[in-house]
Every structure is written in structure tokens, then in C-alpha cells.
Design a protein around this ligand. Structure first.
Ligand SMILES: [Zn+2]
Length: 190
């Protein structure tokens, strides 16, 4: 292949590249216009609906939120007449994530676009929110029980120490008792 051929090829590939960039920019403009059109129609539908909690209206918002992620959430919230994202989410409700709870078998629900599936920690099962809460409650009760056991054990140790201390300090006179008591504590705490 001679040099002039290569130069011509480079020239053609530059034209192809700039055409592709121009087409990309045009597609982006068209996409933004199409999204704007959808949002305008949503706002119009919102104006027609009895209220923003009208089930047939919510079905449209729900579909757009979950299935057309190209529509920015903030713009959908505004067009659909909700004050903030959480309000829209609570109105349209969650969808099945395809992940099943390994404890109760229920479908784990996807609550927002940014939702992440629960991860497996150690050998713990992947659980739905209800089962996670139940597991946390069991853990909490076990920790409480353990703390109580330790408290009782400590009290029992303290009673034993006091009993031994009393027999040792029986020779103390009332005036020397407090100094004597601290000495007893020092000897029994070791
Ligand atoms: Zn569960």
C-alpha cells in the first residue's frame, strides 16, 4: 500500500468520524425532545386526572419510573405533580426485584431505581426486610440476655467479696471503718 492511498483512507475515516459525532449530537437532541414530550404529556394527564393518586394515572407514572430509566427522576417527579422523590415512590409502590428471601420465600421488593440487592454476609441468608428485622430483634434479645447474665454474675461476685470483706474487717473500730473498707476493697478486687 502506497502513502497516497493511506492518506486518502485517513481522510475518509475522518469524515466518517465527524459524521458519526454529528449524528450522535442530533440523536441526543432528539432524545431530549422526546423525553420533554413524554413529560409534557404526563403533566397534561395529571391535570386531567381527578388527583395524583388516581390509580390509572399512577399506573402511567409507575411504568415510566420503573421501565424508562432514561427519564430523569427529578423531572418525572415535577411533571407528575409530586413534591419530592419519596412521595412519588410511596405512591407508585415497589416492584419485584427477582430476588427471593431465603428465610420466608417472599419476593424481595425493589424500592427505588438506585436499590441494591441485599448482600450475603458470612453464611447469613439473603433476607427480605421483615426477616432482617426479625433476625436483628433476635440478635438484640440475645445481646440483652448476655448483658443480664454478666450483670448477675458481677453482682454475685460483689456479694461474695462483701461477705469475705465483712469477716476480715470485723476487728475495725467505727472511726477507722472507712479507711479499713477501702483497704478491704483493694485486697478483694485483685
Ligand atoms: Zn423473608
Amino acid at each position: 500500500m502506497s502513502d497516497p492511498d493511506l492518506r486518502e483512507q485517513i481522510s475518509r475515516s475522518i469524515t466518517g468520524m465527524t459524521d458519526a459525532i454529528a449524528a450522535e449530537a442530533a440523536a441526543k437532541v432528539a432524545r431530549e425532545a422526546a423525553i420533554g414530550q413524554v413529560l409534557e404529556n404526563v403533566a397534561a394527564l395529571r391535570a386531567e386526572a381527578e388527583n395524583r393518586f388516581d390509580p390509572s394515572y399512577l399506573a402511567v407514572v409507575r411504568h415510566l419510573y420503573w421501565h424508562h430509566k432514561v427519564i430523569p427522576v427529578a423531572e418525572l417527579v415535577e411533571a407528575s405533580g409530586f413534591g419530592y422523590v419519596a412521595e412519588l415512590l410511596s405512591a407508585i409502590g415497589p416492584v419485584k426485584s427477582g430476588v427471593v428471601c431465603e428465610t420466608c420465600g417472599a419476593d424481595i421488593m425493589r424500592t427505588s431505581r438506585s436499590w441494591q440487592p441485599p448482600r450475603r454476609y458470612w453464611n447469613n441468608p439473603v433476607e427480605c426486610e421483615t426477616c432482617q428485622k426479625a433476625s436483628r430483634d433476635v440478635d438484640y434479645r440475645q445481646r440483652q440476655l448476655q448483658a443480664l447474665r454478666e450483670q448477675y454474675a458481677q453482682q454475685a461476685r460483689y456479694r461474695r467479696q462483701r461477705w469475705t470483706g465483712r469477716s476480715r474487717s470485723s476487728w475495725c473500730s467505727p472511726t477507722r471503718r472507712s479507711a479499713c473498707r477501702s483497704q478491704v476493697m483493694m485486697t478483694t478486687s485483685t
